[in-house]
Ligand binder design. Structure first.
Ligand code: ZN
Length: 136
C-alpha cells in the first residue's frame, strides 16, 4: 500500500480526536492502549509507546532493526528507500505495517466496545499469525 492509500484509509478512521471535532461526545479522549496521551491517528499508530513497542519488536526481529521512524510518512519513506535494494524485504515490511495497523485498530476497538484487552505480546502474536498466512 502506498502512502496515499494509507492516508486515505487512516484519514477515515474515527479516532477520538476526530469524533470530538465532529461534536460527538467522547467520555475520555485518552488513547486506550497507553491511557496517557489523547487518541489521534498519529498517536495511535506508532507514536503511542505501546504500539511503538510492537512495531519496534517486529523491526528488530524481521526487518533488520535499522528504521527508527515513528511516523507513518517516515516509515513508508524508509520502506520505499529500501525497496530498490531488496524487493522482498520491502514487501515484507509493507505487509507487517499493514498487519500492525489492522491489529492495533482491532485491539483499540476491542478495548472500547467489548471491554477486552490483549497484551502487546498478544497483539504481536496476532500480527505474526497474519503475516505468516499472507507471506508469499
Ligand atoms: Zn497511546
Amino acid at each position: 500500500m502506498q502512502l496515499s492509500a494509507y492516508k486515505l484509509v487512516l484519514g477515515r478512521l474515527l479516532t477520538r480526536d476526530r469524533l470530538l471535532r465532529f461534536g460527538v461526545p467522547v467520555p475520555d479522549p485518552k488513547c486506550v492502549l497507553c491511557e496517557i496521551e489523547n487518541e489521534s491517528i498519529g498517536h495511535l499508530f506508532f507514536q503511542c509507546h505501546v504500539t511503538w513497542s510492537i512495531w519496534a519488536e517486529q523491526n528488530r526481529r524481521h526487518l533488520g532493526g535499522v528504521g527508527r521512524e515513528r511516523d507513518f510518512r517516515e516509515i513508508l519513506k524508509w520502506i520505499g528507500d529500501c525497496r530498490g535494494q531488496e524487493q522482498s524485504w520491502a514487501r515484507r515490511a509493507r505487509l507487517r505495517l499493514a498487519a500492525s495497523v489492522w491489529h492495533v485498530w482491532k485491539e483499540r476497538n476491542r478495548r472500547i466496545f467489548e471491554g477486552l484487552s490483549t497484551t502487546p505480546v498478544g497483539i504481536l502474536q496476532n500480527i505474526e499469525s497474519d503475516v505468516l498466512v499472507m507471506s508469499p
